[in-house]
Write a protein that binds this ligand. Structure first.
Ligand code: ADP
Ligand code: MG
Length: 259
């Protein structure tokens, strides 16, 4: 990814609502993420952060409102005044443009590290296997794990597995990377190595939305910090404003617990 187009809108979220049964989890979300920027999403457990990320690549369908990524509606196509739902194949294609890194790595246990990274480019993008493996080696080098190509996930530490998961997400050359608490499952001493990889991506102009409780990371890396509570964005702005001079009681209460 390069910073070509920096400053353009990459993600546009308008009036998004989402309920599970009677529980309204997203209660009118508006958010804009510009190309080349890092948005960090904070908020208590249950506030809807994961659901919001999942709506961005259509792992959850919104009930109302809409989301666009790089100018295309997520999950829908507009024709005249009408919206048509995309077919499964088209949704999958859209999804290849958005990388997702999960809390629990979600690597394929039966594949080596290199095969984990090369799998999607071969199966989803029909890249020649040799090219995909060559790119996978370069990506492994980029996350500092060139010597682990032949290892299986269970032979790696959690921090190493998460770095592989990041390399795997990058293999599809996504326009956008979503991280859902990428360091929450890690022992404290392994958090830094994963945050360093994410910081490095930020320096290279990668557009990212990162859900995390790592306030130091937010302060250092975020262009925008968003605080969510009970399905709403309560406060957003530059890290120095939201983290050091929060205006809402909810934000203050949350920060006093995590800082
Ligand atoms: P966060 O990531 O901020 O902790 P989530 O988006 O995971 O919050 O969840 C918000 C609320 O939605 C929680 O109450 C959660 O239990 C509920 N929820 C999330 N996913 C589902 C689902 N698939 N079905 C029912 N309830 C869900
Ligand atoms: Mg979550």
């Amino acid at each position: 990814m390069s910073d070509a187009g920096a400053g353009r809108t990459m993600v546009d979220i308008k009036a998004v609502h989402k309920s599970f049964g009677t529980l309204e989890v997203l209660r009118g979300i508006d958010l804009e993420v510009r190309t080349g920027e890092v948005t960090v999403v904070l908020g208590p457990s249950g506030s809807g952060k994961s659901t919001l990320l999942r709506t961005i690549n259509h792992l959850e369908k919104v009930d109302s409102g809409w989301i666009s990524v790089d100018g295309s509606l997520v999950g829908y196509r507009r024709s005249g005044d009408k919206l048509y739902e995309l077919r499964e194949r088209e949704v999958l294609k859209q999804r290849t443009q958005i990388g997702f890194v999960f809390q629990n790595f979600n690597l394929f246990p039966h594949l080596t590290v290199l095969e984990n990274i090369a799998e999607a480019p071969v199966s989803a993008l029909k890249r020649p296997r040799k090219d995909a493996l060559d790119s996978a080696r370069r990506l492994l080098d980029r996350v500092g794990l060139a010597d682990k190509a032949g290892a299986y996930p269970k032979q790696l530490s959690g921090g190493q597995q998460q770095r592989v998961a990041i390399a795997r997400a990058l293999a599809l050359e996504p326009k956008l990377l979503l991280f859902d608490e990428p360091t929450s499952a890690l022992d404290p001493e392994l958090v830094g190595e994963v945050l360093d990889v994410i910081k490095d991506l930020a320096l290279q102009g990668t557009t990212m939305i990162v859900v995390t409780h790592e306030i130091g990371f937010a302060r250092e890396v975020a262009d925008t910090v968003v605080f969510m509570d009970e399905g709403r964005i309560v406060e957003q702005g530059a890290p120095g404003d939201v983290l050091d001079a929060p205006r809402h009681d909810r934000t203050k209460a949350f920060l006093s617990k995590v800082l």
